[in-house]
Structures are given as C-alpha cells and as structure tokens.
Ligand binder design. Structure first.
Ligand SMILES: *[C@@H]1O[C@H](CO)[C@@H](O)[C@H](O)[C@H]1NC(C)=O
Ligand SMILES: *[C@@H]1O[C@H](CO)[C@@H](O)[C@H](O)[C@H]1NC(C)=O
Length: 251
C-alpha cells in the first residue's frame, strides 16, 4: 500500500476506510496509520476518509474514529464522509454527513460555494428523514445510550461468529490457517477461498459469497455456522458434493 501511494502525484485524493475495511476486513494498526500519515504528509496527498462502519468494528464509535482524529490532530486538511446506513440500519434513507477539515478559515467560503454547486447539480435536496432519525437518536441521551448498546451487541455478535467459524474449521481439521477470520474486523472477511472453492460453496451448498472469497459475517448465526463450516471444509478438501447438505438438494 505504501509503495502504491508513493507513486501517487502530489494533491491526489486518497480514499481511506476509517475502520472495518471493505472488502478485506483488515484495518491498519495505529503504527501503520502513523506510517500512512507520514507518507501522505511527505507526498502532499489529500486524505478522504470513508467512514461507513463507525461503532460496528470495535463496538465503540470513539475507538473506530481513531484514525480520522489522528490525522486531524497531525494537522491534515481532509474530508470525512460518514454514512449512517449500517450503524443506524438506515440503508435506504441515504443518511450521511460530510465533514470538511480546513486549516484556514479564509478558504471556508470557497469550499462552501463549491459544495453548493456540486449539491445543486447532483441532488439538490437530500432526503431528510434518515438524517432526522440519526439526529434525534444522537441528541437524546436515553436513545443515544440505547444505540451505543445496540452497536455493541451487533459488533460483539459478529466477533463471536468469527471466533465460532475459526474454531469449527480448526476442529474439523480444515487444511490451512484460519486465524485471519478472527484477526479481521467489521462485517466482512476475506476467507482466502479461491474461485473454484467459492463455486463449490455456491453450487453445492447454496452459500453465496463473492468470487474473491469475501463473505459477509452478518449472515452467520448459531443456527447456520456448523453448516457453513462443514461446507467450507468440503470446498477446501475437495469433498464437495459428498458432504451432507441439510438443504436436501441433489448434489
Ligand atoms: C456532521 O458534521 C459536522 C461537522 O461538519 C459535525 O459538527 C456534526 O457533529 C456531524 N454530525 C454527526 C451526526 O456526526
Ligand atoms: C483453488 O485451490 C485449490 C487447492 O489448492 C486448487 O486445486 C485449485 O486449482 C484452485 N483454483 C483456482 C481457480 O485457483
């Protein structure tokens, strides 16, 4: 990543995922963020943070905002696009927030007028209801507390499923190392399964995932994890169609 960014021309906008990287589930460590900041500073690159999962990664919105705050504290000018689609369950309401961090008050009017032009040309008026829900929840102490508990529940459930899947694959003796499933964070996991193994999961077991091997951890629950682990085992060991399939399809 550093080598690639080192090739970028000065002024290039670099999109960074604030937390719970999609699609890999691999977030930089704080030391790695520091190195990224050093490089962006040196090369005069412009960070744009895409923050779509705040609170969903660690369960703590402050902790998940660490990278953004760190860059601001280092004196970067930047944009942060926050989405509330996932952490507020508002997928269809287009609820988000753009934060523009500038060093000089003097450029404020210029940025504002550019934003106004873009907005006017693109959507003119944003949908209001989702944003009102977010605002109401975050500005009402009891609701805010309930929301904090909800994202804690959601993120710890995902972490439990990661652990359960890793443990089951280890117990089954599935060839390979599965620690990455627990080391990755957020909704997604790069399983490391290749395209032919993915095809086995889809065709023989009706488990749907991307060709890259990316799975959405939210789809796992205590009722299906055993089935998924056995299917992955079958896909990796080439046992494919012979493994028992509770969905009773003709393999
Ligand atoms: C939206 O961004 C502004 C700054 O641009 C900030 O003051 C406000 O708290 C943000 N709202 C939310 C819900 O994060
Ligand atoms: C996937 O991995 C298996 C096991 O290593 C291998 O036999 C197969 O050829 C691979 N398929 C692709 C598309 O790389």
């Amino acid at each position: 990543m550093l080598a690639d960014l080192d090739e970028a021309p000065p002024g290039a906008v670099i999109i960074l995922h604030a937390c719970a990287h999609n699609p890999t589930g691999i977030d930089p460590t704080q030391e790695q963020w520091t190195e990224l900041a050093n490089l962006l500073e040196k090369k005069k690159l412009f960070p744009l943070f895409d923050s779509a999962y705040q609170g969903f990664a660690s369960g703590d919105p402050d902790r998940d905002a660490w990278a953004v705050r760190y860059f601001v504290q280092r004196g970067f000018e930047l944009f942060t696009c926050q989405s509330f689609a996932k952490n507020f369950g508002l997928y269809c309401e287009r609820a988000g927030n753009l934060t523009v961090v500038q060093k000089h008050g003097a450029t404020k009017a210029a940025v504002h007028s550019q934003m106004t032009l873009l907005i006017r040309g693109q959507y003119s008026n944003p949908p209001a209801y989702g944003a009102r829900i977010v605002s109401k929840v975050l500005n009402t102490p009891e609701l805010r507390k309930e929301w904090m508990q909800s994202i804690q529940t959601m993120s710890s459930r995902i972490r439990e499923m990661r652990k359960a899947l890793r443990d089951k694959l280890v117990a089954l003796g599935t060839p390979g190392n599965w620690d990455h499933i627990v080391n990755q964070i957020g909704m997604f996991s790069y399983t490391g399964l290749n395209e032919s193994q993915v095809r086995v999961l889809i065709n023989d077991f009706h488990i749907y995932l991307l060709r890259t091997g990316r799975i959405n951890m939210c789809g796992l629950n205590t009722g299906n994890i055993e089935y998924v682990a056995k299917a992955i085992h079958a896909a990796v060991t080439g046992a494919g169609a012979t493994a028992s399939c509770p969905c009773d399809n003709k393999l």
